[in-house]
Design a binder for this molecule. Structure first.
Ligand code: MG
Ligand code: ZN
Length: 223
């Protein structure tokens, strides 16, 4: 029997090849793509609902939404006004892979899209190993979690370009400390861009939206 590590390496390298193909496609169409990762319940779907609300008059936004079961989150994003929302029900897999994204982009005309968002399955472990052809991974953490999460899941924080801290309206109700999570995250990845916001109150969303819009514009200018 071939050993488990050898199989895993093979799966990952096949994934990387396909991810490279996806990246080329996104690049040709000048679409900015981010892969949103977090633990379950940090607020990925909430952040995307707010983002849709604030940006959908300005940009054509496509969203693919991964969940192990149910299309509930995709339905929420359609409710929030998303016109190009596609669920990916993994049926057990705890991450999205490039093959799933490859299948799902057949349903879109990339030419007409400015921003392509991938909401990954809630999991801070294996999604870090799967390149989906994105421009960047964005890791979301909320103030109801431990502020040592970057130290516990360093792979994810190392692979991400941005960390968004959600639920800042609940600061003070737990032992979570903003300065600690930032220190821990920067210890793992000194390049991390950090946003602090509350999807519930809207605090901090403007800074996030301005930054995102800038990324989309920069992407269009890329040759
Ligand atoms: Mg969700
Ligand atoms: Zn997994």
């Amino acid at each position: 029997m071939p050993d488990k590590i050898a199989i895993e390496k093979k799966v990952l390298s096949e994934n990387d090849l396909l991810a490279q193909e996806l990246r080329t496609k996104f690049q040709e169409n000048k679409v900015f793509v981010f892969n949103l990762v977090s633990s379950p319940g940090s607020g990925k779907t909430s952040l995307l609902e707010k983002t849709l609300g604030l940006l959908q008059d300005k940009l054509n936004i496509a969203l693919v939404v991964g969940d192990v079961q149910t299309e509930n989150d995709a339905d929420r994003l359609i409710q929030a006004g998303g016109k190009l929302v596609r669920p990916i029900v993994t049926g057990g897999s705890c991450h999205l892979d490039a093959n799933m994204i490859h299948k799902s982009i057949q349903q879109f005309n990339l030419n007409e899209i400015d921003l392509f968002v991938i909401e990954n399955v809630g999991n801070l472990v294996c999604p870090s190993s799967y390149d989906l052809g994105e421009d960047m991974k964005i890791v979301l953490i909320s103030t109801t979690e431990g502020d040592d999460k970057p130290l516990k899941y360093p792979g994810m924080f190392r692979k991400s370009s941005v960390m968004v801290v959600n639920k800042t309206d609940l600061l003070g109700f737990s032992d979570f400390e903003l300065h600690k999570v930032k220190e821990n995250a920067r210890q793992i990845n000194g390049q991390l861009e950090i946003f602090e916001l509350s999807c519930r109150t809207g605090e901090g969303l403007d800074t996030w939206i301005d930054w995102l819009l800038e990324q989309v514009i920069l992407k269009k200018k890329e040759i």
